[in-house]
Design a protein around this ligand. Structure first.
Ligand code: GDP
Ligand code: MN
Length: 406
């Protein structure tokens, strides 16, 4: 028999019940708790980077190292930009007689023919061209290319990116550290000038530097990631976060995987809210699914501070915090309406204004905050898309972004 507490609700009569129960003070305190819970890890991070501000790579670097290098370049209908990409690779400041280019192509345009004619009258670097008969997605293609790569170090680079001439030298300097088996670099220039992307990348570079000094970093970047060939393992065939997945698996194998801001690349990005969603949502889906599939690594002392701090932080940022942000906006709206009536709709209106200004790069000093918000929006959408069964490993390449490389 019930003797205490409120009468049981049938769960359906909320229309009336909620109205009577909406207590603005309660909502405001709930909102306060949500904001505190969402912000706490970021405050801890900010405090940590104030008292301890590591710079550069934590690796014991050897700037003289010159191992042989296989450059893996995956292509899907890149006829517009593949030649300029190959030209830029050949201009890298690295002995080209130590370099092999492995192109793995799934195109139905003239990309493979352009690749062959580019190398036709060249002595170095060597070319290995893998032509797939059908497109089965980037992860499948990369597994094939990694298996074919002959050299000591494998550098993976996306066609729609530009890598600084000294990036490979910086990368192999890191890999000379016997505890380090993978290294990624920094988005040093956003082609197209998107301030949203710039803001996000600067925040991310600080986080990744901190993570690397603690142990290892989580996110690896498509425009430039380098791996010791012998450490490479296959990625899941439907992976949409292949570089990050490979790094995570290498870390699980025992070697460190680090970020070095001296390795620089350029990539094009949009600022507009809608245009950003296609690529951002997909990349977010890749990271979310990866964290979920590899959840058994979380809090495992076996993986050092990577398992105890780095992965939990990334779970927070990727899996938990986006929903707290969404709930925060919802509760703030309710609290606004409960206290101010229709004027409470100023809350969603303010959020819309924030988005409108942020996606036009017009927020000045608040721009980095908007950039993080933009990422959290994609993570909420990505979670919903994954639940709806999306994410099969193939996607439309963004032609508009590729115009920046002409
Ligand atoms: P995003 O940067 O995350 O938007 O991904 P992109 O669409 O730019 O693709 C990254 C790289 O993978 C580019 O060099 C593409 O040409 C290549 N790519 C994408 N899908 C496939 C595929 O199915 N097979 C192969 N071989 N390459 C692919
Ligand atoms: Mn791309």
């Amino acid at each position: 028999m019930r003797t205490r507490g409120p009468p049981a609700s049938d769960g359906f009569s909320c229309g009336v019940a909620v109205r009577r129960d909406v207590n603005p003070r309660r909502l405001l305190s709930l909102l306060g708790q949500l904001v505190a819970a969402t912000g706490l890890p970021y405050l801890v991070f900010a405090a940590l980077s104030l008292v301890w501000d590591p710079e550069g790579s934590p690796a014991d670097r050897d700037p003289e190292a010159r191992p042989s290098v296989s450059v893996v370049l995956p292509t899907y209908n890149e006829s517009g930009i593949v030649e300029s990409k190959l030209r830029s690779i050949c201009a890298w400041d690295y002995p080209m007689d130590r370099v092999e280019v492995v192109v793995v192509d799934s195109s139905d345009d003239e990309t493979p023919a352009l690749v062959e004619s580019f190398f036709a009258d060249r002595v170095t670097p060597d070319l290995t061209l893998i032509e797939e008969t059908e497109r089965r997605g980037l992860a499948v293609a990369l597994n094939e290319a990694y298996a074919a790569a002959d050299n000591e170090v494998v550098v993976k680079t996306d066609c729609d990116s530009r890598v600084a001439p000294d990036a490979v030298r910086e990368a192999v300097a890191n890999l000379a550290d016997p505890t380090v088996a993978a290294v990624t670099g920094r988005n040093a220039e956003v082609l197209g000038g998107s301030g949203v992307e710039r803001g996000y990348r600067d925040v991310q570079a600080r986080i990744q530097t901190l993570e690397s000094h603690l142990d290892s970093t989580f996110v690896f970047h498509g425009p430039f990631s380098a791996f010791e060939r012998d450490a490479i393992v296959p990625v899941d065939e439907d992976s949409i976060a292949d570089d990050t997945e490979l790094a995570l698996k290498i870390r699980r194998g025992g070697d460190r995987v680090v970020f070095d801001p001296a390795i620089r690349y350029m990539e094009a990005a949009h600022s507009g809210f809608r245009k950003r969603r296609q690529q951002k949502d997909r990349r977010a889906m890749g990271l979310l699914r990866l964290l979920w599939r590899q959840r058994d690594a979380l809090f495992r002392p076996r993986y050092g501070l990577y398992g105890l701090v780095v992965l939990p932080f990334n779970w927070w940022f990727t899996v938990v915090s986006p929903w707290l942000v969404a709930a925060g906006v919802g509760v703030a709206t309710l609290a606004g309406v409960a206290t101010l009536g229709p004027f409470g709709l100023a809350v969603p209106a303010a959020v819309a204004g924030f988005v409108a200004a942020g996606s036009r790069d017009a927020l000045g000093p608040l721009q980095p905050l908007y950039s993080v918000f933009d990422t959290q929006v994609s993570l909420v959408r990505a979670g919903l898309k994954l639940l709806a069964g999306e994410g099969d490993g193939t996607w439309e390449v963004d032609d508009e972004l590729r115009e920046a490389y002409d």
